[in-house]
Structure formats: structure tokens, C-alpha cells
Ligand binder design. Structure first.
Ligand SMILES: [Zn+2]
Length: 661
């Protein structure tokens, strides 16, 4: 086919669905998304895969605990994971679930190829087994207790299929030698090479004691066990047995956490070699974000969630922080303090401020038209040189996945432009012809630098750079700009600036952190009040020192999704153990609903009976402190502690069930 774009395929891990995504998962997915955007701007056709690993004993147990079938449990989890990635603006091109039929077929096909080529045999697996949890306990010795329930384990032998991993020691070592960039970074590569040099044991790849898994055809009750199932998802996502049709295999890049590098760089290529399929080109292991120097985990209670950060500071701020703060490949510390500090210094005072002040000066002096530059002075050429060099350097560093250094280069150019404006002082110039011409040159030069850094930062800050692009009146979508064609001097004069939009409003650090933490707390402990009527007041501070980022405007079609009706409170009572909550029954015209509202500290239940209130009737039902709440009562949030004041209809006797518009 003529002019076919080169293809690039990258993946995040297929995340295990025993919980919801935290900042660690978000980190990998953000990096993948930034690489995807970058590659597209370099002319590639890109597919990015993420997904959910839905099999195994832990899922069996979680489903049992929830009292629902496994299939329903994993379907709920998959929906939640996919929805979060969509909401955060980092959606997969291919979202693969290990319960998808296309994946089931691929695993069975891969197994068949490995077996036909003589790399699979039946053997006995002996290990310590917990009869209460119905699971083998990995690494336990006879006499050890089960780490989950504390009861003694028993030595059990079961029939398994084994993969002849031992046959791949030499082929793998040869492969690493021939493909020196297969494992990155270098430290991980050395680790893996010594592991393989130490000898490889055959690998058990099926179980008969696990029920929730992909069946081995004709060999029931054997099901595939963990890695043979999960790793194969990368291939299932781009065609499985028909991978040649789509042309995205072998994979260009597997992004993984450092804890699973061995499975990706030893087991996975060995499975593919055994099946005589092409092996991926690169596995890149990144470090972890640590909280107080320890690994984040739900059980330690130090887990950081992405949604509250995105709600408070915007997704771009989180992306910037994750990619700027830590050298890719190493561990880093996560702190809200550092996050908000970077937000204010680099985004609000850096890119945001440069864009808005430059646009304001063009508006004031040139009626909002980018001016035609006059004769250049050495300082103009010096800034042009900074920007020109930033193009080459930032791209070179991004290409090597040195994201922090790439951003450093871009932000050094922004700082140079700030200094340039401070010393040129276009705002102090008069209206003489010479002054106007000089002003034109200074503002054109600054705007051109802004255009260049905006394009360079786009893969990392997709939303805000698109806004700057519009502000600068530039044609087309910024994502369609070709990085390889980016040069200094392409800014066209006499172009009218576009609409200004809020970029990165400054925030008060303490207040921002408190709000993020309270949103996170609510997400982690959804049964706790307050929630419904008494949501915390949005930050509105005197003196203008801090303001929450302005939320995006919504269209009327979004507003009409919220169905609000007049309801009348029929009964109201306190809930034992929840001093902020009242349990109400509300007549909404078509039915009587039970709704919980966080107003108990401010309203006497008996005084509420008969009162007409505004009710959001199409909110999904949820449980607050174990009590079902089906709808939401609308209230104003007043004063610093967010005292709820019920919205009502004092002027007229409105009909119950009337819709609010
Ligand atoms: Zn047990």
C-alpha cells in the first residue's frame, strides 16, 4: 500500500482486578498515553492496549465475598477500570479482558503451538495447599501456615501441564545479546541476564485446583494458570491467531512495573519462541511511586487515587507531575506537597502565566492580532536560539524516554521567555512608531516561543496545550502538528488570537491538599457521610489568593442528563452510628424513594416532614453507612464548614414531581 504509516504497538500491563486503579497504575497508563501521542505526532499509526486480568483464585474469592458470580464480578471491575481510563483521558485503543472470547481462543491456540512443537508435557506439581482457601501457597514449606487464614497447609500433589522453560536458557541469552535494547533500563537487563544464567526451571502452566480460568481444551478440569493466560492478552488484543492481518505484532513496547519484568522478559519471549511466533522488541520496567519511602498498598492505607487529583488540579497537572518529578525507570516519592508546588510553579506561574500575559499584551496593543515583527536585536536571536535548540533536545530526550529531562528542556525555554519579557518590558513602551515596532518584535518572538513549547509539551499536557493552541489562533488540531516539521519562525503574523480559557489557576497549597485528601477519603470509604446534601464547599477564598480551577463549561445536553424533580419529605429519622445522616422517604410524584442526606446536624427530622425539596432522581443508588440511598436532596453549602441549606420553593405551592429545568 502506498504511503502507509509505520506502525507502533505498545501496552501497559493487563491489570489484575482485585481492586481499583491507584496512582501506580495511572502512572504506567499515563506514560503509555504520552508515548502514543508523541508517536502519532511523529507519523506513526499507534495502538495502545491495556486491560484487565480477570482469572484466578483471588477473583473467585472476591466474587464469593460479594455474593455474585465471578463473571458478574469481573464485568463490574472491567467496566470500572475502563470508565476511569476514559474519564482521565487515557483510553485504550484496545481494552482486552482475559475473559474475552478472542483472548480465550488465543491462549488455547498458543498452548496448542507450544505442545505441537514439543515444549509442553504433563507432570506432577507438589506444593503446600490450603484446603480452606482452595489454593496452593507459593513458596511455602511443609509445616508452614497459610498466610491468608493462618491455618496449617497440607502437602498436595496435582497433575499439571509444564512448559519446558529450561530449554530456553541459551536461546534467551542469545536473544538478549542480539537485541541489547530488549530489556530497559540497563540495571534491569543485568538482573535478568544473571537470573537466566543461573538456570531456568520448567514452569507449571495449568491447575486442576483452580476453577475460574481458561480451560485447556480436552483436558478439563485443567485451566491455564496466571502468566500463560495474562501475558498472551497482548497478542489477543491485536488479532491473536490472525495477528498478521493487522500488522501490529511483534509488539514494539511493553511498559511494566519493575516487579513483573521477569515474566515479561523471560517467560513471555520463551512462550513465543516455543510457538515460533515473533518476540516483542522491548520491555521497559519503570520504578514505583513510594509514599513515605514504602510501596503503596491498600492494606497500608497509603494509596493515592488519581480521580481526586484530576478533579482538583486537572489531569494535565497529574500527568506533568508524574513525568517530570521522577527519572523514568527509577523509584520516586509521591507527595501532595510536591505535586501542588510543581503545579503552582511550573504550570500556573510558568506555562499558564506566559500564555495569558502574552495574549493580554497582544490584545491590548495590537487588537488581538499577532503582530508582524520588525528588525531583530541580538536578544531576540538569542531567544530564537533557545527555542530552536529546545526542539531538537526535547525530542531527542523524549525518544529515549527521558521524560523528566525532556520537560526540563521545554521549561527552561519558558523561563528564558519570562526573563526576556522582564528585560524587554514591552508593557513600558510607548506608542511611537519605533516603540510599536519594537513591541511587535518582542511579542511576536515570545508568541513564537510559546507556539514551539506548546507543540513540544502536547504529548504530556494534551488538554491545556490544545487550549493554548486555540488561544494563539493556530489552525487545525495541535495533535495533528508533525513534530518532524516543527521549526522556529513558522508563526504567521496578522492571525487573530482565539478564545482565552482558564489554564492553570493558582491554588492555595494547604487548601488544595485538604480537598484532594477529603475527596480521596470519600472514594476509599464510600459508606461514610457526609456526601449527599452536605458536600464540602468549593474553595472560595477572600483575597483572590486561591481559586479552584474553573470547571469546564457543559452544554445543555449535559445538564439535561440530570433529572431533578420536586419531592415531598414523608418521613425522616436519624441513623444509629451516623451522626450526620438522616434517612428520608420522599414522594417524587411517581414513587416514594428512600434517600439519605448529610443534614442531621442542622435539621430536626420531625420539622422536615411535609417539606418540599429539590431531588436528583436519576442518581445511581448507593449505600451510605449501610443504608440504601436512591437519589439526592439538593442543598446549598454555606460558610466555611459547608453547612447544608435545603433548596426549596417558598413562593408558590409547586406540584410534587414537577421537573426542575
Ligand atoms: Zn488458608
Amino acid at each position: 500500500m502506498p504511503n502507509e504509516k509505520p506502525k507502533f504497538y505498545l501496552t501497559t500491563p493487563i491489570y489484575y482486578t482485585n481492586g481499583l486503579p491507584h496512582i501506580g497504575h495511572t502512572y504506567t497508563t499515563v506514560i503509555a498515553d504520552a508515548i502514543r501521542r508523541y508517536k502519532r505526532m511523529r507519523g506513526y499509526e499507534v495502538v495502545m492496549t491495556t486491560g484487565t486480568d480477570e482469572h484466578g483464585v483471588n477473583v473467585e474469592r472476591a466474587a464469593q465475598k460479594a455474593g455474585i458470580p465471578e463473571s458478574e464480578y469481573v464485568a463490574r471491575m472491567a467496566v470500572a477500570w475502563k470508565a476511569l481510563w476514559d474519564e482521565l483521558g487515557i483510553p485504550a485503543d484496545e481494552f482486552i479482558r482475559t475473559t474475552d472470547i478472542r483472548h480465550v481462543r488465543t491462549v488455547q491456540w498458543l498452548f496448542k503451538l507450544c505442545k505441537e512443537n514439543g515444549y509442553v508435557y504433563k507432570g506432577n506439581y507438589t506444593g503446600q495447599y490450603c484446603i480452606y482457601d482452595n489454593a496452593f501457597v507459593t513458596d511455602a514449606k511443609p509445616g508452614d501456615n497459610c498466610p491468608d487464614c493462618g491455618r496449617p497447609t497440607e502437602t498436595v500433589t496435582e497433575e499439571n501441564y509444564y512448559f519446558k522453560l529450561s530449554a530456553f536458557q541459551k536461546p534467551l541469552l542469545d536473544f538478549y545479546k542480539k537485541n541489547p535494547h530488549f530489556i530497559q533500563p540497563e540495571t534491569r537487563k543485568n538482573e535478568i541476564i544473571s537470573f537466566v544464567e543461573g538456570g531456568l526451571k520448567d514452569l507449571s502452566i495449568t491447575r486442576t485446583t483452580v476453577r475460574w480460568g481458561i480451560p485447556v481444551p480436552g483436558e478439563e478440569p485443567h485451566v491455564f494458570y496466571v502468566w500463560f493466560d495474562a501475558l498472551t492478552a497482548y497478542l489477543s488484543a491485536v488479532g491473536g491467531p490472525d495477528y498478521e492481518k493487522r500488522g501490529f505484532w511483534p509488539c514494539d513496547l511493553h511498559l511494566v512495573g519493575k516487579d513483573i519484568i521477569r515474566f515479561h522478559s523471560v517467560y513471555w519471549p520463551a512462550f513465543l519462541m516455543a510457538a515460533m511466533l515473533p518476540v516483542p522488541k522491548q520491555v521497559w520496567a519503570h520504578g514505583w511511586f513510594l509514599m513515605d519511602a514504602s510501596k503503596m498498598s491498600k492494606s497500608k492505607g497509603n494509596v493515592v487515587l488519581p480521580r481526586p487529583i484530576a478533579n482538583m488540579l486537572g489531569m494535565d497537572a497529574m500527568r506533568y507531575f508524574l513525568m517530570r518529578e521522577v527519572v523514568f525507570g527509577q523509584d520516586g516519592n509521591f507527595s501532595y506537597d510536591a505535586l501542588v508546588t510543581r503545579y503552582n510553579s511550573d504550570l500556573a506561574n510558568g506555562l499558564g502565566n506566559l500564555a495569558s500575559r502574552t495574549a493580554a499584551m497582544i490584545e491590548k496593543n495590537f487588537g488581538g492580532q499577532i503582530p508582524k515583527p520588525g528588525p531583530r536585536l541580538p536578544q531576540d536571536d538569542a531567544l530564537a536560539k533557545v527555542a530552536s535548540e529546545a526542539i531538537g533536545e526535547a525530542l531527542d530526550r523524549f525518544e529515549k524516554f527521558e521524560f523528566a529531562r525532556s520537560l526540563e528542556t521545554i521549561w527552561a525555554a519558558i523561563t528564558a521567555a519570562d526573563k526576556y519579557l522582564t528585560s524587554e518590558q514591552p508593557w513600558a513602551m510607548g506608542d511611537s512608531e519605533a516603540d510599536t515596532q519594537r513591541k511587535a518584535t518582542v511579542l511576536w518572538t515570545t508568541t513564537e516561543l510559546l507556539r514551539v513549547v506548546t507543540v513540544l509539551a502536547h504529548p504530556v499536557l494534551p488538554d491545556s496545550t490544545a487550549k493554548v493552541w486555540t488561544l494563539l489562533g493556530q489552525p487545525g488540531r495541535i495533535s495533528a502538528v508533525e513534530l518532524d516539521g516543527l521549526r522556529w519562525g513558522q508563526l504567521v503574523a496578522r492571525v487573530q488570537l482565539g478564545k482565552a480559557q482558564a489554564l492553570f489557576p493558582r491554588v492555595d497549597k494547604q487548601e488544595a491538599i485538604e480537598r484532594i485528601e477529603s475527596m480521596a477519603n470519600e472514594e476509599l470509604n464510600p459508606t461514610q457521610p457526609p456526601a449527599q446534601a452536605a458536600a464540602p464547599a468549593p474553595a472560595a477564598t477572600a483575597g483572590g489568593a486561591a481559586a479552584a480551577p474553573a470547571p469546564e463549561k457543559i452544554g445543555i445536553e449535559d445538564f439535561t442528563k440530570v433529572e431533578m424533580r420536586v419531592g415531598q419529605i414523608k418521613t425522616a429519622e436519624r441513623i444509629v452510628g451516623a451522626d450526620k445522616l438522616l434517612k428520608l422517604t420522599v414522594d417524587i410524584g411517581t414513587e416514594i424513594r428512600q434517600i439519605c442526606a448529610g443534614i442531621a446536624q442542622f435539621y430536626e427530622p420531625e420539622k422536615l416532614i411535609g417539606r418540599k425539596v429539590a431531588v436528583v432522581v436519576n442518581l445511581a443508588p448507593r449505600k451510605l453507612r449501610g443504608v440504601e440511598s436512591n437519589g439526592m436532596i439538593v442543598a446549598a453549602s454555606v460558610g466555611p464548614e459547608g453547612r447544608p441549606v435545603l433548596a426549596g420553593f417558598p413562593d408558590e405551592d409547586v406540584e410534587i414531581g414537577a421537573r426542575l429545568k
